[in-house]
Ligand binder design. Structure first.
Ligand code: SME
Length: 157
């Protein structure tokens, strides 16, 4: 599977997975597996959820090795994405000041914000052991897919 060429199949599969279920854990679990299956050469794909009560990001469903449970809003690649409300692509995480190394084998990382009513409510985080893993076209495709899939998902944290 290739996220660029198979974009429409991905969206159809995602919508089908989400259509009859509104349990957040179940839906994000399946979505993390779906993204991972369309993104070869990734070692960690999953979600961080905004915890407004504790004022930080909390680990959500993912595929990969164990990861940091809580990330401050202003720390790491995830914090940068949360703060700027824009996708953050880091081709070499070792050159990103403040990168949080949950999995020391990661070399590049893409984080995409999930926005509802102008608020970031969650982040999609994708890590690769390859440097500069994502092309501009692939990033744009992932951002567009994520916007479309989440615009249809009831999302109550
Ligand atoms: N590297 C991230 C932390 C999350 S892990 O990659 C799963 C960061 O710097 O925010």
């Amino acid at each position: 599977m290739n996220i660029i060429n198979d974009k429409n199949i991905f969206i159809a599969q995602a919508k089908s997975l989400l259509s009859d279920e509104n349990n957040l854990v179940a839906n994000l679990s399946n979505l993390s597996a779906l993204y991972k299956s369309y993104l070869p050469d990734t070692n960690w794909v999953g979600f961080y959820l905004v915890d407004d009560e504790k004022n930080n990001l909390v680990l959500g469903p993912f595929q990969g090795n164990v990861a940091c449970v809580r990330i401050p809003f202003d720390k790491g690649v995830c914090g940068h994405c949360y703060t700027t409300k824009k996708f953050t692509y880091v081709p070499d995480v070792h050159k990103f000041s403040g990168h949080i190394a949950c999995d020391s084998s990661t070399n590049s990382e893409l984080v995409v914000p999930i926005i509802k009513n102008n608020n970031v409510i969650a982040l999609l985080d994708i890590d690769s052991i390859s440097f500069d893993r994502f092309s501009k076209e692939e990033i744009s495709t992932i951002v567009n897919i994520t916007n479309e899939v989440f615009s249809n998902l009831e999302f109550n944290i």
